[in-house]
Design a protein around this ligand. Sequence first.
Ligand SMILES: *Cc1c(COP(=O)(O)O)cnc(C)c1O
Length: 380
Amino acid sequence: MYNETRRAAWVEINLGALNDNYRAIRRIAPYSAVIAAVKADAYGHGAVKVSWELVKAGAEYLGVATLDEAAALRRAGVVTPLVLFSATPRGNVKDVLDLKVIPVISSYEDATLLSDMASALRGGKAADIFLAVETGMGRLGILFDNTGSAQIADIARLPGVNIAGIFSHLSAADDDDPSFTMDQINQFEKISASLAAMGIRPEIRTIANSAGVMRYPQSHYEAVRPGIALYGLYPARSMDDSAIDLSPVMSVRANIVLIRRVPAGFSVGYRHSYHTERESLIGVLPLGYGDGLPRVVSGKGRVIVNGVYAPLVGTITMDQAMVDLTDVPGVKEYDEAIVLGSDGTLSVTADEIAELSGTITYEATTRFGQRLPKVYKGAK
Ligand SMILES: *Cc1c(COP(=O)(O)O)cnc(C)c1O
């Protein structure tokens, strides 16, 4: 139990596993720079700590989603180049320059705003941008038709911006059918070649997320952008047999703060959602859906206590959840329950929680990171 966090529930972050995952990625993409995705507080793992660790390990860039995330890293002293994966709000172009962020640019309009601002503030020193091109994500990027290529030619002529990279995003690299991804990669190749013919030859081409890194070596180019794989999780369940060995970085633990012996027919949870069938030991865990344990997991989820699984019973509430401990050997108050993580051969995986709650592992870890205190282990 961690008294300093004033909570008997916490997220544990294994920095050793983070380093191992980083090295595993580097091994399969040895010729590419790494733009490590640390957006959304590093998928719930804590962006500042995770960023420091990845920068120490050698990551050349960090990827954020908001200017606030960029500002938090700069305040913490991180000087590594930051790439802003989302569209820059048009009212905040100056912050891109102040924070030395590389924005991903999808329109001439946005490029002009930045170019004007850079020319005004930096006395002729152009700002680096990554030029986004649409290849099949349907989100950001210039559509590479006649108008699009004319726009790009105009952007290339702007005095205040420098096209440092060409950027696109794979949307289906975790799908077992490779056809859509191959088509995206082919489009990306063609666009890069057309840009080269126009005299636009940036040093960096980047399109690969974790699934691309793992499955499509031809998508690595000069920089890869892993996120979920750094955190030790596979982009899709069907990928956990892939060549690369990853270990989950996050686990979630709680002390059982109260255990009561109750009779058969006892009701547990809002709207008496569970009734004991026998005399039972019902424990209370001090975390709930406000901490990322999804309410829809009520009655379906489980935790690990003293080497066995124990079912969650009743509705998961905002701050607390109940667990049936009747069959747990020797259980006592303040024993530790593993809500996410493993103990020997037993494990409650992010995949399991994601599947029970109709989502993906990305959302599962991100939500656990929002309110629970974080404890870092294995820092080097
Ligand atoms: C989040 C993100 C990534 C990382 O994706 P993973 O699937 O977690 O590897 C890469 N690129 C962009 C633009 C992203 O937004």
